[in-house]
Design a protein. Structure first.
Length: 315
């Protein structure tokens, strides 16, 4: 029998119980133990921690950690909280999450392509007016980020007939039908080619505040924005100014610099904004537990730690 795997997070009791049950089902040969139940001797023995927004002070009380498995795909908070001295952090790369996110990207891309915000406004004014139809083949969708989630979204958009471009940090092979851009110089090209810009970037030192007044000015006039990455990648004041000026026609925002979005935020009431409560790509306990199981079993079998986050790069 191996040493226990620590489970740390600030989940509510039902959520914690659901994750622990899913982990026990996926990995019956292991014992998952909430941090609060571990004795000092057990804490010292722990090699693996599975975490969801853990208290960094509790992580520090596991002196022999070999690696940490996050239940979330975005790890900027964990990287910030645990610092450079942290044990390697393995983030969630879950095909089911990629599928869910790709579905959300397609759904909200259709929302903008089919002019739903304009019809909503027309309904409020009892206005009966048919707007010109734009087929997907005439709509350029630019994805910021071509990682696990961006790649799945790109493939789904190509299947739906959209003209798809994607931007990554370094040049890389792109899915069939996608035009690739990379690096700081590639961003202007992608923005100029896109009727709808979809952000699926991680929050890092380089991406914080990336979508600012200059980037909105570089977008096609009247382009739409979908932000499913992280809130602080978009400068809120600059976005509101771009919406007010008609430079950006509508923004679908699922992520915000502060969550929950404070009731006094201007975004709640702006007619050019659709607010979503961080629902585009939820972690599903069953599929996340299956991913954790694969990584833990590989580690037990080989002693090799799964591919970890590059803390200096921030993702
Ligand atoms: P990933 O596999 O690490 O991919 C990140 C992508 O962003 C990569 O293509 C990377 O480029 C690109 N990138 C990073 N920094 C860049 C920069 N400075 N310039 C240009 N491109 C840059 O991450 P993922 O699994 O796709 O997840 C992406 C993010 O989605 C997460 O970090 C999280 O914040 C967010 N998320 C949101 C939800 C939600 O419900 N809203 C759910 C899950 C995740 P390279 O390919 O060159 O490395």
């Amino acid at each position: 029998m191996s040493e226990p795997i620590a489970f740390l997070g600030n989940l509510d009791p039902d959520e914690e119980a659901e994750f622990l049950a899913a982990l026990a089902t996926a990995l019956p040969e292991e014992t998952f133990r909430p941090f609060r139940t571990l004795t000092p001797a057990e804490r010292a023995a722990v090699r693996i921690a599975v975490v969801a927004n853990p208290d960094p002070a509790e992580v520090a009380l596991l002196p022999n950690l070999a690696w940490i498995h996050s239940l979330w795909a975005g790890v900027e908070r964990l990287v910030r909280d645990l610092g450079t001295g942290s044990a390697p952090i393995v983030r969630l790369v879950d095909p089911e999450l990629a599928r869910t996110m790709a579905e959300a990207v397609l759904a909200w891309t259709y929302y903008l392509q089919r002019d739903m915000p304009a019809y909503r406004r027309q309904q409020e004014a009892a206005t009966w007016r048919q707007l010109p139809y734009r087929p997907p083949g005439e709509v350029g969708v630019g994805l910021l980020g071509l990682g696990a989630l961006g790649s799945a979204a790109a493939e789904r958009l190509v299947q739906a007939g959209f003209r798809v471009a994607a931007w990554s940090r370094a040049p890389k092979p792109v899915p069939v039908g996608v035009t690739g851009f990379s690096g700081p110089d590639g961003l202007a090209g992608l923005l100029a080619a896109s009727d709808i810009v979809v952000c699926l970037l991680p929050l890092t030192g380089e991406t914080r505040g990336l979508l600012d007044a200059g980037r909105f000015a570089a977008m096609k006039p009247g382009a739409g924005l979908i932000n499913f990455g992280r809130g602080a990648i978009v400068e809120t004041e600059a976005l509101i100014a771009a919406l007010d000026a008609g430079r950006v026609s509508h923004a679908v925002l699922d992520v915000f610099p502060v969550e929950p979005l404070p009731p006094d935020s201007a975004l709640w009431r702006h007619p050019g904004v659709t607010v979503l409560p961080h629902i585009s790509g939820p972690t599903t306990p069953g599929s996340a537990a299956a991913v954790v199981a694969g990584n833990v079993r590989a580690y037990r079998a080989t002693g090799r730690i799964p591919a970890a986050v590059d803390v200096a790069r921030g993702y």
